[in-house]
Design a protein around this ligand. Structure first.
Ligand code: BTN
Length: 328
């Protein structure tokens, strides 16, 4: 884990779950002086953390700002390798663009780039992705599975399954559904999107950049007016604010697990999970591709993640890229 000394100290406090920690004990464990500990606590206070001193016991963390920084995420982390390198930004143009640079420089499997705010967030099909400050999860995970380029679309379905299952395990008041290919909807409104990019040569995948955007603690007013009728957030649906760092850690756990499962045992179980959590399969849909608009019943996905639509005349049509409208 590439934590700074300040973040290591913070991690101790986050993991102590509100119990006081003695300055001497911290100094001994981290191999620095008590004065150095005190200086790091001052810096943390300036960042919004609040500590009180308890006589004979040490320092107690009593308030923490709502952030998705490395120390906060790692206090929830239950992975073998994902999330051990976290690059955190208060503000960035796009975590996806930064991830491209890091991946080219050889960043390890499971490296995370995460920001409080994106000023140039990218969606699929060159769309803008609104990434309001401190409200959502705006992150890219660099993964390096040993796969061939034609298998990459299957990994994007792994990502959707990982996000939807993380939401299901943490929240009770709503049921998220995957809309093909990779949108997560709650009650018909978009809550999250996934953008996957690939670094590859003809016969080898160097890395995949799994960009995940989740509207997490938005109130309706936090969305631009033009998307207020089609967007939602976890807080709106769950009816309370949630801990973004906890959700990040849960997604990383699933992403690591399902990527490993895919590499070891193939696509079958992922495809089944994707279909089980899909709100598209079995529904009548309208698919707008660059060339045409097709209406019919979505009957399944192929092993390449391609959507199959049964047309009214009995033909089955494959759709590789389209905007989907669910009609019933
Ligand atoms: C979509 O539904 O169109 C995909 C949206 C993906 C947004 C995420 S936010 C983190 C990462 N950085 C970006 O610029 N985009 C992705």
């Amino acid at each position: 884990m590439n934590l700074s000394m300040k973040d290591k100290i913070l991690q101790h406090f986050l993991q102590s779950k509100g119990e006081p920690i003695s300055g001497q004990q911290l100094a001994d464990e981290l191999g620095i002086s008590r004065t150095a500990i005190w200086k790091h606590l001052q810096t943390l206070q300036e960042e919004g953390y609040k500590f009180i001193t308890i006589k004979k016991k040490g320092y107690q963390l009593v308030a923490a700002p709502d952030r998705v920084d490395a120390a906060k995420i790692s206090s929830f982390l239950k992975t073998k390798r994902f999330g051990y390198s976290i690059h955190y930004f208060e503000e960035i143009d796009s975590t996806q663009t930064y991830a491209q640079k890091l991946a080219r420089q050889g960043a390890e499997d499971g490296t995370v780039i995460i920001a409080e705010e994106q000023t140039g967030g990218k969606g699929r099909m060159q769309r803008i992705w609104h990434s309001a400050k401190g409200k959502g999860i705006w992150m890219t995970v660099i993964i390096r599975p040993n796969i061939l380029p034609h298998q990459a679309p299957q990994l994007t379905l792994v990502a959707a399954v990982s996000v939807v299952m993380a939401m299901k395990s943490l929240y009770q008041n709503f049921t998220p559904e995957i809309k093909w290919p990779n949108d997560i909807l709650i009650n018909g409104k978009k809550c999250a999107g996934i953008l996957t990019e690939m670094l590859a040569e003809m016969d080898r995948v160097d890395g995949l950049l799994i960009g995940i955007g989740i509207n997490t603690n938005h109130e309706l007013d936090d969305f631009p007016e033009d998307i207020q009728s089609i967007a939602t957030s976890i807080a709106i649906e769950e009816k309370k604010k949630v801990d973004r760092a906890e959700l990040v850690a849960e997604i990383l756990k699933n992403l690591e697990h399902f990527t490993d499962e895919y590499v070891e045992n193939g696509f079958t179980s992922i495809k089944t999970l994707w279909e089980e959590h899909s709100g598209t399969i079995g529904k009548r849909i309208k698919a707008s591709t660059i060339r045409e608009t097709i209406e019919g019943q979505a009957i399944g996905i192929t092993d390449e993640g391609v959507l199959e639509i049964l047309l009214d005349d009995g033909q089955v049509k494959k759709v590789y890229s389209a905007d989907i409208e669910i009609q019933n």
